[in-house]
Ligand binder design. Structure first.
Ligand SMILES: *Cc1c(COP(=O)(O)O)cnc(C)c1O
Length: 377
């Protein structure tokens, strides 16, 4: 018996404690965590600086309306702003960050269409869902928002064609499609997107899963030498406290004048106190170490798994890794086997095992994971 909607397909076990990069269930079993709570706990379950900052904030002021000055929001915004090139709007989730991006886009590009890519994922509210070009997510919810169009991801010719034929005002995309199957963007596709931007089309990068260090830079667009007009973050921003942000280039800020958009809890002091510590922790040394560990892990997995007939492809960026299986029906089975052997992983797309370890996982622990995958796949 449950009093909850059964919209999640929950696993029949309860995790009750997290420590470092390990989770414990109610029977005392220990799991090496390759999920990070779906890309949220990037600094693991024992991020003391964050926890302490939240405790201090809880004792002084747990909530503050956005009608008042908020120095903590200012600090976090400055750290997200890429040297004061972007202004921030705070909200509570990824989908809300994308709603803010879409609303801002409507104001900037009235009368234009928004392009999104097949198998991208941007969230579950109506705007973000309208940009999420996956049949299984949109099914039954029509009518969606008008004036969204889709073309295949990483397909330069299709992109050029739609831009020629439609009045596209903005393009929303991920640098690595997360939910869609851990599919990294191709360099030639980025090049084509940059030309769109040069022709006045806004680029909106959804960094909700790829951001906050996941791929080895604070934001994944930094790998590709361009500046989005707008980008969105959430998941790992406050290492477990609900928060999100939409950032747009300074010159778009005036479109969100007083009263144009808002959120009661957006930029909540508890979340901001933790986010501030998260972003302080993400210094250059920390980010370089992620790249080093990501390369180490991807090479190790490739070496151990690419010879296996059960594995089709291994791909990823930083510590965001996908193992595409030859037989998509095996995904739940593999996840269950891993779980029985003390490792938690995720699925993505229809045929991919997705690994999102906390960024603080050591090479030894990553190696332990790779060895278990080698044994079980
Ligand atoms: C998870 C995710 C979202 C939605 O975030 P919520 O906080 O669940 O609303 C949006 N975009 C991407 C890329 C995501 O991975």
């Amino acid at each position: 018996m449950t009093d909850l909607f059964e919209n999640y397909g929950r696993l029949p076990f309860s995790l009750t404690k997290g420590q470092g990069v390990y989770l414990y269930d109610d029977k005392g079993n220990k799991y090496l965590d390759f999920t990070s709570g779906i890309g949220v706990m990037n600094l693991g379950y024992t991020f003391e600086k964050g926890k302490n900052a939240v405790k201090v904030q809880l004792d002084s002021l747990p909530h503050l309306s956005n009608l008042y000055q908020n120095p903590l929001q200012e600090e976090v915004a400055a750290k997200l702003s890429q040297n004061h090139k972007y202004k921030a709007f705070f909200c509570n989730s990824g989908t809300e960050a994308n709603e803010a991006a879409l609303k801002l886009t409507r104001l900037i590009k009235a009368g234009h269409k928004i392009l999104a890519f097949t198998d991208g994922f941007h969230g579950r509210t109506f705007g973000a869902m309208s940009a999420t070009m996956q049949e299984k997510i949109q099914a039954g919810f029509a009518p969606l928002l008008p004036d969204f169009v889709a073309t295949p991801y990483n397909d330069v010719a299709a992109l050029q064609q739609v831009v020629e034929n439609e009045k596209i005002g903005a393009i929303i995309f991920e640098i690595v499609q997360g939910e869609g199957g851990v599919l990294p963007i191709r360099a030639d596709f980025v090049q084509a997107l940059k030309s769109c931007q040069q022709n006045g089309i806004l680029l909106i990068v959804d960094e909700v899963q790829t951001g906050i260090g996941r791929t080895g830079n604070l934001f994944s667009f930094e790998h590709f030498g361009f500046e989005p007009d707008i980008f969105t973050v959430a998941k790992a921003l406050a290492n477990g406290l609900p928060t999100g942000a939409m950032l747009a280039k300074n010159h778009y800020a005036h479109y969100f004048s007083a009263g144009k958009h808002g959120s009661t809890f957006g930029g909540n002091p508890l979340a901001m106190a933790c986010a501030n510590q998260v972003l302080t922790a993400m210094d250059n040394d920390f980010l370089e170490n992620i790249t080093d560990k990501g390369n180490f892990f991807l090479n190790l997995l490739t070496e151990k798994l690419s010879v296996k007939s059960t594995v089709k492809r291994i791909r990823g960026l930083g510590l965001m890794i996908g193992i595409q299986l030859a037989d998509e029906k095996k995904v739940p089975e593999v996840l269950a086997l891993l779980r029985e052997n003390g490792l938690l992983a995720l699925s993505a797309g229809h045929d991919v095992i997705r690994l999102l370890p906390p960024l603080v996982m050591t090479k030894e622990e990553l190696q332990k994971g790779a060895e278990l995958l080698e044994k079980l796949l």
